[in-house]
Design a protein around this ligand. Structure first.
Ligand code: B12
Ligand code: SF4
Ligand code: SF4
Length: 268
């Protein structure tokens, strides 16, 4: 991989990155890939560690400002470097809303192992990493792609499966508690009871917090995740956010009404 790309990652405090042949990733949203207009041949994939600690009634991933903002900032910066190096080629950045199975790609790229909680586990940051990617029409040889690594599994201690409140990890429940908190409209009484029992207004971290690989997980060196945190989301805090501030939170995509509903369900 070109030194300028490596220097960029170092400057952004991104330690885990790799490149893959596009043939070695699983496309899960063909429409999104087509709309990007790129004849995908290779990609860069990297991890953004986000753990700080202290989130109380919302998931750790949503305590900082919306992670999509930092993903956008970093992929745009990376694309500027790439465009200077390869002016004839095309690049597009993704993270979460991505045309590819990002966990599968990170596993193939050797950035971690697969947990029974369904998440990528990195040796230094545990599961508390976001995945982001830049897809390009560069020939794989230009990026120095790696051969797909075999998928290594965690030791299967079973803690995540036992602790999963809905049972979805045991193949029992219909939905993940994280998805339930993000669903618009009316929730079932049983779903509301789970939110109350586990005290969550947004997301679910249970299968991560019980995982032994997260015991020594390092705090993120990326400043973005340390700034403007909301660790206890109350009506007062929600009301204090003007529309512009609200739009910058990870829970904004389901609109104020859904978040208000969740707070009411828990505390009123
Ligand atoms: C839809 C989605 C969700 C849905 C469904 C989650 C799911 N389990 O698939 C909901 C809303 C529930 C969700 C919740 C969460 N999500 Co989510 N989600 C996605 C999204 C957008 C697409 C996932 C998808 O449909 N993949 C496609 C198909 C192929 O996946 P699949 O069939 O599940 O296949 C996987 C598993 O089968 C697994 N697998 C293979 N063998 C085995 C064996 C066992 C035993 C198990 C358990 C799994 C497993 O490997 C495949 C991955 O290669 C991705 C981003 C992306 N573009 O990839 C983020 C993503 C997976 N989510 C992420 C996060 C952070 C979360 C939450 C932790 C957020 C939270 N705290 O509330 C929870 C965790 C829930 C969990 N334990 O999985 C991160 C994961 C980071 C990581 N370290 O792995 C991603 C990659 C987003 C990102 N860019 O960072 N998510
Ligand atoms: S996020 Fe919560 S509900 Fe979803 S799989 Fe993990 S423990 Fe189960
Ligand atoms: S809790 Fe145990 S089984 Fe679950 S992902 Fe972590 S190591 Fe694997």
């Amino acid at each position: 991989m070109n030194k300028k790309i490596k220097d960029f990652f170092e400057e952004k405090k991104i330690e885990y990155y790799s490149a893959l042949d596009y043939k070695d990733v699983k496309e899960i949203n063909t429409g999104l890939m087509e709309r990007s207009g790129i004849d995908a041949k290779s990609l860069l994939i990297f991890l953004l560690p986000y753990y700080v600690g202290g989130a109380k009634n919302i998931s750790e991933y949503s305590a900082s400002k919306d992670y999509h903002l930092i993903i956008r900032e970093i992929t745009s910066g990376l694309i500027s470097v790439l465009k200077e190096l390869y002016p004839e080629n095309h690049f597009v950045g993704f993270g979460d809303h991505s045309p590819i199975d990002e966990r599968g790609a990170a596993l193939a790229a050797g950035l971690g192992i697969l947990g029974d909680n369904g998440l990528l586990i990195n040796e230094k940051y545990g599961t508390y990493v976001f995945l982001a990617d830049v897809i390009t029409d560069l020939e794989p040889s230009e990026l120095g792609v790696v051969k797909p690594h075999p998928v290594l599994k965690c030791e299967g201690c079973g803690a995540c499966k036992r602790a999963c409140p809905t049972g979805i990890l045991r193949g029992e429940g219909d939905d993940c508690l994280s998805a339930i908190t993000q669903r618009k409209g009316e929730l079932l009484e049983s779903e509301i009871a789970l939110m109350r029992k586990y005290g969550t207004v947004w997301g679910c971290d249970i299968c991560q917090s019980v995982c032994p690989h997260n015991r020594g997980a390092c705090v993120t060196p990326i400043a973005f995740f340390h700034e403007e945190r909301i660790e206890l989301l109350t009506s007062e805090i929600l009301d204090s956010l003007n529309d512009e501030e609200f739009e910058k939170r990870a829970f904004a995509w389901r609109k104020r009404k859904t978040v208000e509903r969740n707070i009411k369900l828990l505390y009123y």
